[in-house]
Write a protein that binds this ligand. Sequence first.
Ligand code: ZN
Length: 248
Amino acid sequence: MSGALDTLARRIQDAKRLTILTGAGVSAASGVPTFRGPAGLWRHHRAEDLATPEAFANNPLLVWEWYGWRREVILACRPNPAHDVIAEWSLRPGCQVLTQNVDDLHVRAGTRSLARIHGSIWELSCWEQCERGATPWRDESVPFATLPPRCPHCGGLARPAVIWFGESLRSDDLRAAFRATACDVFIAVGTSAVVYPAAGLVHEARGGGAFTVEINPEATPASAAVDLAIHTAAEVALPLVASLMKRP
Ligand code: ZN
């Protein structure tokens, strides 16, 4: 593994443009509940069944109770060493960070040039799609004064400003993400790079000549499609790479 970490350290050092795509694996060590596995269960509901427009239309109170629980858990979470290293690298000119995580732990770690392509659990937008409520607003209340929370503009139902299953990314986020694939080194970390849009981004980056890297504890079908696959947890691998870069 040390050879692979060394290779990555040198590649990052030489890169003028570095893009990092992060997913749930980066936040796992901070204690953020994942959607899969036993932690994905809440009151016998599967996360995949709650994070959809259909579930919200059916029972907005239930979905908001679940989000209220997630917000409470995430509020107590702290950025881990993976967030810290990414925040440090983000200060370099030419570095861009794309995240699928809605927890804002990258924000709390001080990350620059960050695109939160799946939105933020700390932001709300209008479910009724009124004009002013289409722009997400920040609300960090835990718990909310009233549940479900309301749109301050039209009084209709508010929703979490996150991308649910079955929804498309916002077009400006998608454009920004694909622009960021024009880079020298593209690292997908803590995300199985098989799901949309990660897979497409890795493919695009590689097609454009980037050195592509996957950092994930387990091999994924994308491992074969990248130049370098490192099967280690993000909070272990990234600090090691950072320390190798500091070596003369
Ligand atoms: Zn509204």
